[in-house]
Design a protein around this ligand. Sequence first.
Ligand SMILES: Cc1cc2nc3c(=O)[nH]c(=O)nc-3n(C[C@H](O)[C@H](O)[C@H](O)COP(=O)(O)OP(=O)(O)OC[C@H]3O[C@@H](n4cnc5c(N)ncnc54)[C@H](O)[C@@H]3O)c2cc1C
Ligand SMILES: NC(=O)c1ccc[n+]([C@@H]2O[C@H](COP(=O)([O-])OP(=O)(O)OC[C@H]3O[C@@H](n4cnc5c(N)ncnc54)[C@H](O)[C@@H]3O)[C@@H](O)[C@H]2O)c1
Length: 475
Amino acid sequence: MIMKTRNVEYAIIGAGTSGLGAYATISRETDSLVMIQDGPYGTTCARVGCMPSKLLITAADYAHHLHTSDCFGVPASGQVDGRRVLERLRRERDHRFVARNLGYVDKIPAHHKLEGRARFIGPGRLMVGESVEVRAEKIILACGSRPAIGAVFEPVMSRVLTSDTIFELEDLPRSVAVIGMGVIALELGQALHRLGVKTTLYGRSGRINALTHPTMQRRALDLLAGELDIHPSGRVLSTWEDAEGAWIEYESSNGQRITRVFERVLVATGRESNLDRLGLEQAGVDVSESGAVRFDPQTMRCGDLPLFIAGDATDDLPVWHEAYDEGRIAAGNALSYPDSTPAVRRTPLMVFFTDPQIAVIGQSFRQLQGREIVIGELPFTSPRHVVWNKVQGHIQVYLDAHTGTILGAELLGHQAEHLAHLLALAITHGMTAEQVLAMPVYHPSAEELLRDVLIDAQKKRRRHEAEKESLSLSP
Ligand SMILES: Cc1cc2nc3c(=O)[nH]c(=O)nc-3n(C[C@H](O)[C@H](O)[C@H](O)COP(=O)(O)OP(=O)(O)OC[C@H]3O[C@@H](n4cnc5c(N)ncnc54)[C@H](O)[C@@H]3O)c2cc1C
Ligand SMILES: NC(=O)c1ccc[n+]([C@@H]2O[C@H](COP(=O)([O-])OP(=O)(O)OC[C@H]3O[C@@H](n4cnc5c(N)ncnc54)[C@H](O)[C@@H]3O)[C@@H](O)[C@H]2O)c1
């Protein structure tokens, strides 16, 4: 029974990072808007995503030092107190990151907020919960995503963890099977291992997908498998539970069957968009068989409709800075509807906070197939890395063979995030290797590695040019 109808110009579904980005833009221009939020405020990033995961990883880094500082003449002793690790994680998360977000939401006028799950009951018509209808001229779908859990895990659901639940544990489990080899599986799996949890990772494809050059993929897998118990390719055949725990029966791609029991199972097999719960067909939206909605990534508009999409709801670029940008792009184009202004999207940047870190910037090796490029590459080592005793990894930088413009890079190494940001800056400004090499580089710093890899790329480019010239001169 509809008890109340609200008429607004703009409705935003979801008060996560992208929804708040949209809200910030629209609320500057009009009072006729409502942001609808199902579940707790605070955003996925702060509550169950970026921030708690990085807090766990940092605790794990400290635990790792206990085993690695001896070579510096600093033997360390001590043990992990799982309860304290998790208590601190929640304290920091709640008091710093979530509280900051809630403080922002608190300041939003009450008539701009509506709590409940929204679903379409017609074009421009949303039902929120069971009693409020919202009629909006323009609607932004900023409803995010949720962990995907395959049916094979149903028999062990009481022991299944996802990134939504793991940070609420009272104590660390004794053992955990991590399903997946994506960013969540690797970040959390390595952290749990370093915190003393007996951890086994079960992958499917045998690849770490973010890296696309075969050398980078192989090295990343070799390095991580050197520390972690990983079965990279195969599939989980079945699961069951008994008094001992959750059993996982897994078949490796070589046909070997492995059956083991764990206290917990962390399912990190990707996320699925919450769009499927919106009843989009009622809004006249063309939804593909996979549940995806077609949209223009430069305007975030869905076809010609007064509907816009932003953030993880899209499956595309599911990272924080893109979610925020997309919220603002969607809002800007909702404000100017039916006119639209295509946004210039940022240079792609992805960082895995593993150790060593993995980063992909600009165009990946795979995306550059068919283009004439040279690859500068080196082990991830500079004098500074030697000082840190962190010399594992590899760096590849892709240059346009003709112009020397930096097009992309794939990195695997200690603190790769910082070189990744420098490379992102260079790519954003269309810089050539030569231009980047004109900047000062302090000694000894990790940035010396960037200088050296660009010198390597330049040498290869000169060789490439010389070879082409001699080919063109040969009769
Ligand atoms: C474990 C983990 C670690 C991560 N680490 C990083 C990282 O280090 N760096 C990084 O850049 N990114 C990271 N991310 C990704 C980042 O958190 C997301 O890209 C970002 O939070 C997406 O924001 P969003 O607004 O699209 O979704 P959300 O913040 O999830 O917001 C969507 C909101 O919509 C609500 N909603 C859904 N359906 C409805 C409905 N029908 N009606 C009303 N409300 C609805 C949801 O409850 C939710 O609150 C991580 C993600 C995870 C899960
Ligand atoms: N550092 C970061 O920026 C960061 C950290 C965490 C999460 N995130 C975001 O969260 C999103 C979701 O992360 P994710 O790791 O869940 O997804 P993902 O898509 O990165 O990885 C999912 C992995 O699970 C594997 N998989 C799928 N089904 C499987 C099965 N049945 N058995 C075994 N393996 C299976 C896939 O092959 C893939 O390797 C990411 O796309 C990312 O953008 C970002």
